[in-house]
Design a protein around this ligand. Sequence first.
Ligand code: SF4
Ligand code: SF4
Length: 358
Amino acid sequence: MNNDNSESTSYQLVATRLQEPVSGDKVRCNLCLWHCQLHHGQRGFCQAHVNRNGTLYNLSYGILSAIDIGPIEDKPVKHFRPGTTVMSVGSYGCSFRCGGCHNLEISWGVEALDELARGESTSAWVSPEKLVEAALRHKVDGIAFTYSEPAVWLEYVLDVSKKAHEAGLYTVYVSNSFVTDEALELMAPHLDVLCSDIKSFRDDFYQEICRPARVEQVLASIEKAHQLGIHVETRTNVIPGKNDDPQELRQIAEWIAAHLGTDSPWHITRFFPAYKLMDVPATPSESLWAGHEVAIAAGLENVYVYDDKGCDCATTNLPLDAYLEGDADTLHEIKKCSENCCDDEGILLKKYERERVN
Ligand code: SF4
Ligand code: SF4
């Protein structure tokens, strides 16, 4: 299976990078810890990968939902190349379903991914080469994969990151860290910075947003990234009544100090009401500073409190064509797969096609 799609000139389904056959037409995806096992016609939890005749494909290779340029400190990353700028990009799809997510259309992207699956999408398609060219044209220092979970379009993230490094740009991965060791190992040589959420220190919190997730899995993944030599910074969005107990925040800080080092930066951000948590008030300053206090007591040296900042939100970005070459019409042509990997009917398909092919 050809894994290098970086020279492609038009939209196509791209074979999922980490997949293994299970039995018959069933295939397991090993990009994130869902390890979805899919039959022909089925799509994974993230909706971005589909089984077509016993092979998994990524629907979202090269598909951009958002793009923006700003300081690396906004990711938030404070201890890697401070004062430099990054081009931030995201696609569609996430491995979590956070009740307070601010970017539903982008992060879950169910409608956008359904359109891609039906061959009716007009989302912008940008080759890795064009994206790196755009970054250089705008004179940024790095590229950040954010807004949606990078693991669920790793094929593209990987190809862009390789080209970014060749061009002298650094790479940043803003993640929920519900990813496999294999995915991390694949990315590690091409990744400079991981900014990871530690959303809570309680399994019940994680299971509310992602049924199979356990705290220890997320922490193990973050520690693995650190061991692989990636610069790691962590972030916790403090939500009133959900994860704002100073005792829990202290446990997070103690874990960071013990496993990433007392100098490892921890970012404490403010929750703003959204989606299912519209009735939860914005985090009061006192809760954020209580987190700061317990973190300092736990020995952390670099703790940053953001009274004004929530998750890495893409809602105020300029239109994509403000950054990319080509007008809106060119960027937003209908996307039909240019390959015949999935037969002549186009790329797909219903969400859960029942037909089996053996
Ligand atoms: S990346 Fe998507 S398809 Fe793959 S295991 Fe994760 S949720 Fe499932
Ligand atoms: S808050 Fe982040 S991890 Fe949670 S659903 Fe939104 S994009 Fe995914």
